[in-house]
Ligand binder design. Sequence first.
Ligand code: 7RM
Length: 635
Amino acid sequence: MSNYHIKHLEEYYQVYRKSVREPENFWEEVAEEHFLWRKKWDAVLEWDFSKPEVTWFKNAKLNITENCIDRHLATRAHKTAILFEPNNPDEEAQHITYKELSERVNQFANVLKEQGVKKGDRVCIYVPMIPELAISVLACARIGAIHSVVFAGFSSTALATRINDADCKMVITADGSYRGAKTIDLKGIVDEALNKCPCIETVLVAKRINSKINMKQGRDQWLQPLLDKASTICDATTMDAEDPLFILYTSGSTGMPKGMVHTTAGYMIYTAYTFKNAFQYKENDVYWCTADIGWITGHSYIVYGPLLNGATTVLFEGVPSYPDFGRFWQIVEKHNINQFYTAPTAIRALAKHGTELVDKYDLSSLKVLGSVGEPINEEAWHWYNDNVGKKKSPIIDTWWQTETGGMMITPIPYVTPTKPTYATLPFIGIQPCLMDENGQELKGNQVEGRLCIKYPWPSMARTIWGNHQRYKETYFSAFQNKYFTGDGALRDEVGYYRITGRVDDVIIVSGHNLGTAPIEDAINEHPAVAESAIVGFPHDIKGSALYGYVILKDAGESRNHDNLRKEINQAISEKIGPIAKLDKIQFSNGLPKTRSGKIMRRILRKIAANEMDNLGDVSTLLNPEIVQSIIDNKL
Ligand code: 7RM
């Protein structure tokens, strides 16, 4: 009997119980039956959340790319592995077979070796959504280099910070990228970042838009001529189960972004297993996740999860709005997409344009619809269900995080009955719990609290790059012996979970997690600004948008406030990226503070959301009088 593919609800409960009662036996069976190992493990799991230290498949040896590519060559050599759909609908799609993928990954891996990249070295990948992005990720994994993909929409400052934090020795990039009707000068951004990155020795540049760029002698090289000379054979480097596979940055509520470190074997098993079940993927299905590989969703469910299952995975370069808002549905029809995975912010943006552009295309190939990144509101859920799924494709609302590596709470389609806005039941092997503010676990159903996980799962991040102490403080200190997610959630009468949002200060704008602190830092650098606080407020399309409260140094000075607003947003754009620009900027005389000097964002959030009746107790504030003045001047 195989636990690998769950097909009905009885089976879910049965397998779930086994995964909780005998987690080691359970994961050992999955690992043995479905993966290629160079050496088996000495122990399935060792863990101690107080350190925290987690080891899965101790001393096992493997290479994840052999599992993603080589082992499919006997049966799937001519099957499409990556289906590349370009930004421009008139440019031909590319079908990259498993055989071709194998050759291209090996060539790329040989180039990396030639350029001096060794096992354990960090390589920054700042590449748009073109095949070279997936191929470079796999090429790193082939030789045991640790990839650190930085979303190719981030600013040069954000890029430089991430390159330096991981001490990368190489950047892989492209001349530029297409985004709808626009082009972006990626190489220019890299050049600017590298003024601040002494650790970088080599830059490899893929040609995509044929723009004129500067190539720095001795540092920069065009990729293609190097690939053309490289052998299509490259032995995979033997990796330990716990060797780092990649670093991926996620913003925290304070300070530097956190470089989450994922390791090899556990990540492999869990992304493969969740992909198979959460999408009910069947041989010959065509699967499409619209995320960028620069996010964890793209790592786990464009690259690794699908390829580990020998699937066909679509890689789309463009945006939902180009050449018009029917682009997604045109692609679904064109490639007969069976599983479609996107974010609520995209659904809301498309819903705004009506159903005409959805109805225009034949979407009958669709079997499963996925949602990820933020809570999906009821309206968006129904729009997706009615107009895209025609009420016959189950929606899987998948809750998980960069830190968790794979889906944690999600329905299994055709298995778990769905309920709008609910992520429903924990995935196999996941033991969630809800905690109250005093650190007590809330037992039973119909409770709401802070979402924690009680027991290790294979794809959990093992540390923050270079800062294990911060890892411990952020995730393992709020509640003893538990991983704290930072999210609030409720459990309904049947045990279904609904995620209610972040309980800390991370704001999710259009599916992008934005920490308040770095944005406030950018604002505060403006010479006229004394202090600022930003909060999220509900927004039809973006989910949350940013509302900034800004205190000027000289309130009496007469200034052109609209110019100042522009300058502030300009500063944010440069330091963080355009995604972090504020929708509203209110100039106020002060910020509500606690007696220990902390800004009370709870109050600011309520004012921004127009919930003035319901501010709660403000009497403990240092400066309660400021609240009324902020309300009076609300935008
Ligand atoms: C996969 C991803 C993680 C945060 C997470 C939540 C929020 C993600 C859902 C969701 C409600 C969902 N990783 N989140 N999925 N909230 N329902 N289905 O998004 O690291 O970028 O973000 O996103 O707050 O903690 S992430």
